[in-house]
Design a protein around this ligand. Structure first.
Ligand code: NOJ
Ligand code: CA
Length: 649
């Protein structure tokens, strides 16, 4: 599969195992570049590679190819939790060892992996004399994709991090940096998503249209460089997922395949469903800060623990339990204390009660981005939770920048990336699982660190009440969710609350538990919303698993709708979920993905008259029997959705 052309310049081709995708690596006039083809259609035209090293010039100009080495790899990876138990990790790899023609003779390796559904490459810099500590000023990687392609993105370097609405634009018009995954539809109807895998010790990659191409723009540090590293150093993988439909991209699991297997025992990690002392704060019934309406009191916590038991939900999140929320918590967060409870909250007592009732507590650390303050307490804070049998923590980084070593840094800069990693590793050492809000984007590191059960990293339901349109959730599966699971905080049934009017039908709130995968799934409303009038709808939330054997996306269009089926990891049952934008629609689901069995089907859906605007609370629960040769017709109301449980008979 490795074809070489002999000449002063060198060009080498690598093809995918199924031979549909081809990557060419070129060294011409000392410059290194690559291009990508799918069935001989150009996907990425010849595009520049290289790194600009502070004070030492460009790594990638005036280079020659010394040697190329190829490997064929085929493996099935087993994941401890997630959307699919098994992930295919088959690729053709080529490593290109290049050396500088100048006196310094610096060395670098470009490693390419070509999969059946995309390609990835990274820069590897070995240690070499006089070249051990380097500062990367810029990464020169370009992605020469047709500028007339359509692209769906959120802006980078903005105060609310990843919490923006997705916008569709012409790729060539993205003149300000955008985050990855950047999902693209080319004029030839090839669907791509540019992202990265294994982001460690480096700034996160953003992308921008520049000089008629798409160029990487690595999140800078406050000193205006991109990363300070010692050699050997490997950049994260640059990943281009390739599919023939938007739906096919949602099956892409390359980012996990490109990460290393876990290096220690994680058999203690368990996915979790939880309720929380949380939404009551968003609708103004309770407060994070102490006072008359304080949410996190010992008695509220015990009440919620009892409610969790009654509802059959295994976990409870408690926010606002610690000192530091008084006054304007966004401004005063520098004083947050992670080992000191407010006087009306007895953490030890609540933890004992939770243990007695067999409920997992989810602890909470809102750092407000004051990383220095957090890191000064982090060991003690994790020990405090671990001592009290608290094995899950939700962390938060509200605030437009972090404060690290006394300097303002982007969340997504090298220092931010390293901070998040520190929390993950420390938590792993203490057998704690994490749900990170205002996180660094997912790059598949959950494969190596399965205790990182989920993250936020997009607009979630906290933005309801005006800032979320029904189409938002129909963009996420094709964009944000390509980077891994998300804590969208599903299941708000109090749709018409004037403090936070929800722009969905109520049936769609249960659909989210299937549409958005998360290793920690929150049933986010107050428990009384689940035990009363809507108890029958809630039964889907109670029953839906948080760990799946396999996932089969069934239908959809970016920003319009998405339908997906998932098989439970621990039973023969299947679940299907679907959401639509402002337009209602009817869909027909072919059940041919089912095994050759009979199933009891329970459908939680909108009625013909439901509408997210003026009739959001109308829903139906229907039952029937089905087998793999059947088709199911489902109606989704404007802003609606559905969930289906299929129990094998
Ligand atoms: C933002 C998080 O996304 C939200 O879930 C949390 O309640 C607040 N920060 C306060 O920590
Ligand atoms: Ca948030």
């Amino acid at each position: 599969m490795l074809k070489r052309r002999k000449s002063k310049d060198s060009q080498t081709e690598i093809t995918s195992p199924d031979e549909h995708i081809k990557c060419k690596f070129l060294v011409r006039n000392g410059k290194i570049s690559y291009s990508i083809y799918r069935d001989d259609v150009v996907v990425v035209r010849n595009s520049r590679l290289g790194l600009n090293i502070c004070g030492e010039g460009i790594l990638g100009d005036n280079f020659s190819l010394i040697r190329a080495q190829e490997i064929e790899h085929s493996e099935t990876i087993e994941m401890p939790w997630g959307e699919d138990r098994f992930i295919d990790n088959s690729y053709h790899e080529a490593s290109f060892f290049v050396a500088e023609n100048r006196a310094l003779g610096r060395l670098m390796t470009l490693r390419f992996r070509v999969f059946n559904d995309g390609i990835a490459f990274r820069y590897e810099i070995p240690p070499q004399p006089k070249f051990r500590q380097i500062t990367i000023q810029d990464e020169l990687t370009e992605f020469g994709i047709n500028p007339s392609s359509a692209a769906w993105s959120i802006p980078a370097f903005q105060p609310d991090r990843y919490e923006y609405n997705y916008e569709k634009a012409r790729l060539g018009d993205l003149s300000s940096p955008v985050h990855t995954p950047l999902t693209i539809q080319t004029p030839d109807n090839i669907f791509l998503s540019i992202h990265e895998a294994a982001l460690y010790n480096y700034g996160s990659m953003t992308l921008e249209a520049k000089n008629a191409t798409i160029k990487s723009n690595i999140t800078p540090l406050s000193d205006n460089t991109k990363a300070h590293v010692s050699l050997p150093f490997n950049t994260p993988w640059r990943v281009i997922m390739i599919g023939d439909s938007a739906v096919s991209l949602t099956k892409n699991r390359m980012i996990y395949a490109l990460n290393d297997p876990p290096m220690r025992d994680f058999s203690w990690v368990k996915t979790l469903k939880f309720i929380g002392i949380w939404w009551a704060m968003y609708v103004g019934e309770w407060t994070w800060a102490p006072g008359e309406k304080h949410g996190a009191t010992t008695s509220h916590a015990k009440e919620y623990i009892d409610e969790a038991v009654k509802l059959g939900i295994a976990g409870l999140l408690i926010e606002g339990w610690n000192n530091g929320w008084e006054g304007d918590w966004l401004k005063n967060g520098i004083n947050n204390k992670f080992t000191e409870a407010t006087p009306d909250f007895d953490l030890e007592e609540v933890a004992r009660y939770a243990k007695r009732r067999n409920i997992e507590l989810v602890g909470h650390h809102e750092t407000v981005g004051f990383v220095d303050n957090y890191e000064s307490q982090i060991e003690e804070a994790y020990d405090y939770y671990a001592r009290n049998n608290i094995r899950y923590i939700k962390t938060g980084y509200a605030g437009s920048k972090m404060v690290i070593n006394g300097r303002p840094e982007y969340h997504h800069s090298q220092r931010g990336v390293n901070h998040y990693q520190k929390t993950i590793e420390l938590a792993a050492a203490k057998h704690i699982c994490l749900d990170i809000h205002e996180p660094i984007k997912g790059t598949g590191i959950e494969r190596t660190w399965p205790n990182l059960l989920t993250r936020e990293g997009a607009r979630g339901q906290e933005y309801e009440g005006g800032a979320l349109s029904p189409s938002h959730a129909c963009y996420l599966p094709y964009t944000r969710l390509l980077s891994g699971g998300m804590d969208y905080t599903n299941g708000i049934f109090d749709i018409k609350n004037p403090k936070k009017r929800i722009n969905t039908t109520i049936a769609r709130q249960v659909a989210y538990f299937i549409v958005f995968y998360s290793g920690m799934q929150m049933a986010a409303d107050r428990p009384f919303m689940y035990s009363g009038e809507y108890a029958d709808l809630f039964s889907f939330i109670r029953d839906v698993p948080t760990n799946f054997e396999k996932t089969i996306p069934l239908a959809g269009q970016i920003g319009e709708y998405f339908v997906v089926a998932r098989k439970d990891r621990n039973s023969a049952d299947w679940y299907i979920g679907g959401v639509t934008n402002e337009s209602g629609r009817s869909i027909e689901i072919k059940m041919d993905f089912l095994e050759d069995d009979k199933y009891q089907v329970t459908i939680y859906c909108d009625t013909e008259k439901s509408h997210y605007k003026d009739n959001p609370l109308a829903y139906e629960i229907k039952t029937k029997k089905a087998k793999s040769s059947d088709k199911l017709k489902i109606h989704l109301a404007p802003g609606g959705g559905f969930a289906i449980r299929l129990q094998r008979l």
